[in-house]
Design a protein around this ligand. Structure first.
Ligand code: 5GW
Ligand code: MN
Length: 349
């Protein structure tokens, strides 16, 4: 039998040569891909500059608060997300966000602080349109806005009852979603105007449909939630149901989803109106009913809707959107003009 040794020695250089050529071709191909990606402005898989810690499945980002609901909706807290990653993702999709706010009658005074602080903290670097619904178009000041941002004033009627001022927001958001928002923006964020932004509120809040934990009820049990408890109302929720108590002053989602939510709430209110019943916390009660059966796909922690009348709990690392203290009677009722003492009827719980 002849030994294999000489033959093997004979083909080794060939084999080495082939490997070398393959490696050379592969690196050439990779350089071409990288170069053409950069030229097309594609950041996806080609952007190597973004450095961040790898997620560690053995190290939860927060252990002091719930960060996920039983239906797998994230609850957004400081420390649970990376803004750089999220901003890059939303930029890639060229997302446009609409921020709706109502400033009826005396509440027009809140607009200035609201917009000025939103310019500093709300969706910085994204495309934003502010929609101000008001009956006092002449009282809305002119603003200098950053690039990619605009402000649209929508004139709306002023209802005499303050309950209607608050509740009719659902109808007006619904109508404008169909007529205007669907063509102009991807996501809607619908908030109270008697507020100021005091820290970042960015794309981490965006999702199909989202709600916000009310700052007064995050630690309450479901029986303590101030849901509508009269079975005659369409907003009725029995004491053995309910996940969270959501605030009426901060919700949003895609235009389609916000349309569905506001349409439900408005229709439910109209059914109740026929029966001459009005849910205890007005639009907030109907919102809570909607979210019981149509679970939000993301939930914002009370960082996103805080009121300094409450003591700051240890787990609250940031106050991003905070209620502006208001003199209830002076702002809501013109007691001095009416000459009689009238309680506002809406007190802090
Ligand atoms: C007036 C009197 C009592 C309650 C609400 C109003 C009122 C509310 C008003 O006169 N004008 C007005 O534009 N609003 C809108 O409804 C504002 O956008 C306001 O932020 C929202 C909800 O009313 P709030 O902020 O007084 O309700 P709370 O629960 O935050 O105190
Ligand atoms: Mn408010």
């Amino acid at each position: 039998m002849q030994s294999l040794k000489p033959e093997r020695a004979h083909w080794r250089p060939w084999w080495l040569m082939k490997c070398f050529v393959i490696v050379l071709l592969l690196s050439l191909w990779w350089c071409t891909v990288k170069y053409s990606c950069r030229n097309r402005g594609v950041t996806f898989s080609c952007k190597t500059q973004m450095l961040y810690d790898t997620p560690n499945i053995m190290r939860p980002l927060r252990i002091d608060v719930l960060t996920m609901t039983p239906w797998f909706a994230p609850i957004v807290w400081n420390g649970t997300y990376n803004s750089d990653i999220l901003n890059a993702q939303f930029h890639q999709k060229d997302v446009h966000v609409g921020l709706t706010v109502f400033a009826i009658r005396k509440y027009a005074v809140f607009v200035q602080t609201f917009i000025e602080t939103a310019e500093k903290f709300f969706m910085v670097g994204q495309k934003v349109t502010y929609y101000i619904f008001t009956d006092r178009i002449n009282d809305i000041p002119a603003f200098t806005l950053s690039d990619g941002r605009k402000l649209i004033v929508l004139e709306v009627p002023s209802y005499t009852r303050w309950q209607d001022v608050s509740m009719r927001r659902m109808e007006m958001i619904r109508d404008q979603s169909r007529q205007r928002f669907i063509r102009e923006v991807d996501y809607l964020v619908c908030v109270d105007v008697d507020m100021r932004f005091s820290d970042e509120v960015g794309v981490e809040i965006l999702s199909g449909i989202f709600g916000t934990l009310h700052p007064g009820f995050y630690s309450a049990s479901r029986e303590q939630f101030t849901y509508e408890r009269r079975p005659q109302s369409t907003a009725y929720i029995p004491t053995d149901e309910g996940d969270f108590y959501y605030a009426g002053g901060f919700f949003g989602g895609t235009v389609e989803e916000v349309y569905r939510l506001t349409n439900f709430c408005h229709n439910a209110m109209m059914v109740d109106k026929e029966k001459q019943i009005e849910a205890i916390w007005h639009d907030e009660s109907y919102l809570n009913k909607y979210f019981l059966y149509e679970k939000p796909t993301k939930i914002l922690s009370p960082e996103y809707l805080w009121d300094n009348n409450f003591q700051t709990p240890g787990f609250l690392k940031r106050k991003r959107f905070v209620a502006v203290p208001k003199n209830h009677n002076a702002i809501r009722y013109r007691r001095e003009l009416m000459g009689v003492s009238v309680a506002s009827g809406k007190f802090h719980r």
